[in-house]
Design a protein. Structure first.
Lengths: 868, 161
């Protein structure tokens, strides 16, 4: 394409953006002569250049628009909403043609006659009587050709007004247009210069009294300033992203008959142009939303006792290395009832889930895909593609978005984004002999693994786990994820890493980086943590784009290249691993082998009293504590300890257990709602994940459920219910701790689970909670019961079962011709990721509970039972 | 490059190639494709990358992806004591470096000495070579660098998917 045309396109699109703003302002201040002149000049410049370049179609549209502007300028035509709309229409047409030229290099064909006729009609219309009389209102049609010829000076001025939206003469003459690529190149060179400088300084540190010291220090200063300066050139005022907004608000005002005032503050706040590009669309979308959904019509506003005119406020400011943009409106706010209804309609959450959520939590649903509260789809917004995209875009650049809304008062969105994407603060770490950078923003904390106490690496089925402040933190060994460890074994530490000698499998000396990705928190195990560095992010080569674990690479001070880790990517690989496993499960559906994940259970192994080790499902244990023996008190004959402001009864595992005289007493804490109890044990041994086949003992034997072989050792599996009822005879609302006999009028629960272990674990639990439980081992058996005419209040079913799985079972039960189609169906599964839950809900489950979440199960059954 | 040579190049009579050896085989790539030739470099391994990609190195502030020709050409892997050189090429605006054992001279070669790749060559070689020059005592295989890099990109994409 011709260079001239190229330049014209850049200039014109800038002028048009400026026009958008100016014309909206003109509508508000019809008497601003400077403004009119400027608009006239802008349109005139476009027209003039068109003639010069031979673009007749564009020239014609511009010419006829200019005519109207000419009359405005003379004051012989009043500025009305209709005429302004028409001008906008003409400007839109100009935009279309310009876009066509940009795409094809020539003007695209099209018919503008209708538009030109309309423009002419206005141009030729009689001047209106009530217009402000102006002294120089001599009616003389403006001759386009004889008007001020476009000068080079003119166009730079125009470009400049597009940049700042508020042109001032002093700035105009000092600006220069530079190709972005030139700046990018400069940036690269400066980064390189900084690295070289750093290397030199490093050498200098080892030399004493070097004659190079003073000049190098000067060089260092200059380089720092140069770097800052180059960074500065990439910065642009946030106002650039706002230039379209006045036009959008104006369109809403006209189209929907609203009165909205757009208040933009802090538009000169600067941020990196790359970031600016990213937030442009989300911002536009949100302002449009505020205007369309947020602000009420003038009538509604008056009725609500508000000022007729609504305000959308945009406010940008710096806050500690970030830029904060607030978008607030004083409109109607979010209607909580409406959101709840929509959430239910779109099956994003159930009524029970909603009940337990705060308003603030429910409001966050608007960030879900496909969610829109607008009743009608207007031309402006309400198509349900929106806030989810906004959030994704903002999170993509490491930003956050929050929303606060008060019904009838208004809504405020707060966006926090980094100033620049080019330079981030990152933690440099080492794993498998390689160094990596991890962005500081996703790092929550660092924990050093040690041999004892909580900061110990434990394993469940070879999967590392750590305890962090009474919570289990899943760990990911970075070396393993990156497949570096295998290579290392082969290499046999040829590089002579001195650290690796004392690194055993227990991970002593390794560091855990706790990161939070979305709702997931996990720890990344690395060999070493070095330091935080400001790094210049460079995109990875396209050849490596497929590896999602890296978000880029960078060059460190010593000149070496290192990869930047993307915590999101790491989280995804974990997710993928789980998915693969699930895929395998699905493919194994027809074979009757039980797959690992479904039959394995996490067990806490401990020692108490004489005899075998004991085990308890880890899921039932709320916390592990160690109390100082001296703190243990007596209440009557009952040992108690002060725990979280309450007295918690402590039950010895059995009488044979030796009571400790001093030191710490290990206690397993079980809790249920407000109540908790401690089970005193001698020693906590391990956490294992095992396939458990419990041989059930016929009689109640000191609170043992049965025994199982775990790690080749006979281990007693304890019955937690037994101890709970000793501690609180009324724990389950009945004194009868056995509680196994059927009670008249009790709700009937059908439990379908192929694992005998779970059947034996859950059915007593439900019985104790007062339900009459029938437990069977397959979906087919359940369907047989259904055919036999049995009735249940709630059905609880496992998902992973050989033969008919839970999803299939649910589909059968919820089929139209099923007798049980109205019986609430609760899924119980060891997989409870969002996808699983969605799939379960789709199959017809009313609720989806993770197998280890005892409390949720009881709660769910209670609620569903009531509904039934 | 002097104007004289450039002309010769354009006229098609003589083409210039940078020669290099990998596992005792002589290769050539058009000299205009070569950005730089580097000696021993500190290369950072890129975990999870396709086997052809050994890592990245820093060339004056730009990150260069290093490509192992041996794997692509099914040649024996290098031993740790071997000398390494890097030939940097540009492809779609990105820099890549080919790992070679040694870099020879730049040879202007007459078109008469050029022949198409023999059909009997292994498929992976035929795909990556544009042809062969008959030199005194040696055969010079001309590598088609863009095709090779595209193939690796393609493979990396497939692996990711």
């Amino acid at each position: 394409m011709d260079d001239l045309v190229q330049e014209f396109l850049t200039e014109t699109s800038e002028s048009i953006n400026a026009l958008d703003i100016d014309i909206v302002r003109l509508e508000q201040n019809p008497n601003d002569k400077d403004l009119i002149s400027r608009i006239f000049r802008l349109v005139h410049t476009i027209k003039g250049t068109c003639g010069f370049l031979g673009l007749p179609r564009l020239e014609k549209v511009a010419h006829h628009s200019e005519n109207i502007m000419g009359r405005y300028r003379e004051g012989s035509l009043q500025i009305t909403e209709e005429t302004v709309s028409l001008i906008f229409e003409a400007i839109d047409r100009i935009k279309t043609i310009v876009a066509g030229i940009a795409a094809t290099g020539t003007e695209i064909e099209g018919d503008d006659e209708e538009l030109i006729a309309k423009l002419d009609a206005v141009y030729k219309s009689k001047s209106e009587t009530n217009l402000p009389v102006k002294e120089e209102s001599v009616l003389e049609p403006v001759d386009a050709e004889s008007a001020t010829p476009p000068s080079a000076n003119d166009s730079t001025k125009n470009a400049d007004s597009a940049q700042t939206a508020l042109p001032s003469k002093s700035v105009e003459e000092k600006t220069l247009r530079v190709d972005v690529n030139v700046l990018e190149n400069l940036m690269t060179m400066v980064s390189e210069l900084v690295l070289t400088r750093n290397q030199l300084l490093q050498i200098l540190r080892t030399e004493h009294d070097s004659p190079f010291t003073p000049p190098l220090q000067r060089l260092s200063h200059v380089v720092s300033e140069l770097q800052e300066g180059v960074m500065q050139t990439r910065m642009q005022p946030v106002g650039n992203a706002w230039s379209k907004l006045p036009r959008i608000i104006r369109d809403i005002n006209v189209e929907l008959g609203k009165k909205i005032n757009l208040d933009m503050r802090g538009s000169d706040t600067e941020l990196d142009r790359q970031v600016l590009e990213f937030i442009k669309d989300p911002l536009t979308h949100m302002v449009r939303n505020s205007g369309d959904h947020g602000i009420e019509t003038p009538e509604e506003r008056l009725a609500a006792g508000k000022h007729e005119e609504g305000t959308v406020l945009l406010n940008a400011f710096h806050e500690g290395g970030h830029i904060v943009i607030e978008i607030s409106d004083d409109g109607r706010g979010l209607n909580m009832d409406k959101i709840r209804k929509k959430v239910l309609e779109q099956k994003i959450a159930t009524e029970e889930q909603l009940k337990t959520m705060t308003d603030q939590q429910i409001q966050q649903f608007i960030f879900d895909a496909g969610f829109s509260t607008a009743d009608k789809v207007t031309a402006v917004s309400g198509r349900g593609v929106g806030m989810d995209v906004v959030r994704t875009n903002i999170e993509k650049i490491g930003g956050t978005i929050e929303m606060k809304s008060i019904w009838k008062k208004g809504t405020t969105f707060t966006i926090k984004i980094p100033l620049t994407l080019a330079i981030v603060s990152a933690l440099i770490i080492e794993a498998g002999g390689e160094r990596f950078a991890i962005p500081q923003i996703s790092v929550q904390e660092l924990v050093r693994l040690s041999g004892q106490g909580d900061n110990r690496l434990e394993e469940i089925n070879d999967t590392p786990i750590m305890r962090l402040r009474n919570r289990l933190l899943p760990l990911v060994a970075l070396g393993k994820v990156l497949e570096l460890e295998k290579i290392d074994e082969n290499k046999n530490n040829s590089e002579g890493e001195c650290e690796s000698k004392d690194e055993t499998n227990s991970g002593i000396g390794k560091q855990v980086i706790v990161v939070e990705v979305g709702a997931q928190t996990f720890g990344i195990v690395v060999d070493r943590v070095f330091d935080t560095e400001e790094i210049v992010v460079k995109p990875v080569s396209p050849i490596l784009k497929g590896i999602r674990i890296f978000s880029g690479n960078t060059i460190l001070g010593d000149g070496s290249v290192i990869m930047i880790l993307d915590p999101n990517g790491i989280a995804n690989t974990i997710g993928n691993m789980a998915d693969v496993e699930e895929e395998n499960n699905k493919s194994d559906e027809n074979s009757h082998t039980l797959t690992d994940s479904e039959s394995k259970t996490s067990l806490l192994i401990f020692k108490a009293g004489e005899g075998a080790s004991r085990a308890v499902p880890l899921s039932l244990v709320a916390r592990l504590e160690e109390f100082d023996v001296e703190k243990i008190e007596f209440s009557g004959h009952q040992k108690v300890v002060q725990y979280r402001g309450n007295l918690m009864p402590l039950i010895p595992f059995n009488d044979l257990m030796k009571q400790k005289e001093q030191g710490g007493q290990s206690v397993l804490v079980f809790s249920d709602r407000e109540r908790s109890m401690g089970l005193m044990v001698d020693e906590i041994v391990d956490i294992v994940e095992e396939t458990v086949n419990v041989e059930i003992k016929a009689e109640d034997n000191f609170g043992l459920l049965g025994s199982a072989v775990i790690h080749d050792q006979a281990t007693d599996v304890i019955d937690v219910g037994h101890f709970l009822s000793i501690a609180h005879p009324d724990w389950f609302g009945t004194k009868d701790s056995a509680g196994f006999e059927q009670k008249g009028g009790a709700k009937k629960v059908l439990l379908v689970d192929d694992s005998p272990f779970f059947r034996n674990m859950i059915s007593p639990m439900l019985s104790i909670a007062g339900y009459q439980v029938i437990s069977i081992q397959s979906g087919q058996e359940a369907l047989d019961l259904c055919d036999a005419g049995e009735k249940f209040d709630v059905i609880v079913s496992d998902i992973e079962m050989p033969g008919m799985d839970g999803y299939e079972f649910a589909l059968k039960i919820k089929a139209d011709d099923s007798k049980w189609k109205n019986v609430p169906l609760v899924a119980l599964s060891s997989h409870a990721t969002t996808q699983d839950v969605d799939r379960g809900k789709a199959a017809g489950f009313d609720d989806y509970i993770a197998k280890f979440d005892r409390e949720a199960l009881l709660q769910s059954i209670a609620q569903k039972g009531e509904v039934a | 490059m002097t104007d004289e040579k450039k002309e010769a190049n354009l006229s098609g009579k003589n083409r210039e190639f940078l020669t290099m050896t990998v596992s005792e085989q002589l290769f050539g790539i058009p000299v205009l494709q070569v950005q730089d030739v580097l000696g021993e470099q500190k290369v950072t391994r890129v975990p999870l990358a396709p086997k052809e990609i050994t890592g990245s190195l820093n060339l004056r502030g730009r990150v260069v992806t290093t490509i192992n020709l041996r794997h692509k050409l099914q040649m024996p892997e290098r031993t740790p004591d071997m000398k390494t050189m890097y030939v940097v090429v540009e492809h779609h605006g990105e820099l890549y470096s080919l790992i070679v054992d040694s870099v020879g001279e730049v040879l202007p070669l007459p078109d008469e000495d050029f022949e198409n790749t023999p059909q009997t060559l292994d498929a992976s070689w035929r795909e990556l070579a544009t042809g062969v020059y008959r030199l005194k005592g040696h055969l010079l295989v001309i590598l088609d660098v863009p095709v090779m890099l595209d193939a690796i990109c393609q493979k990396a994409d497939n692996e990711a998917a």
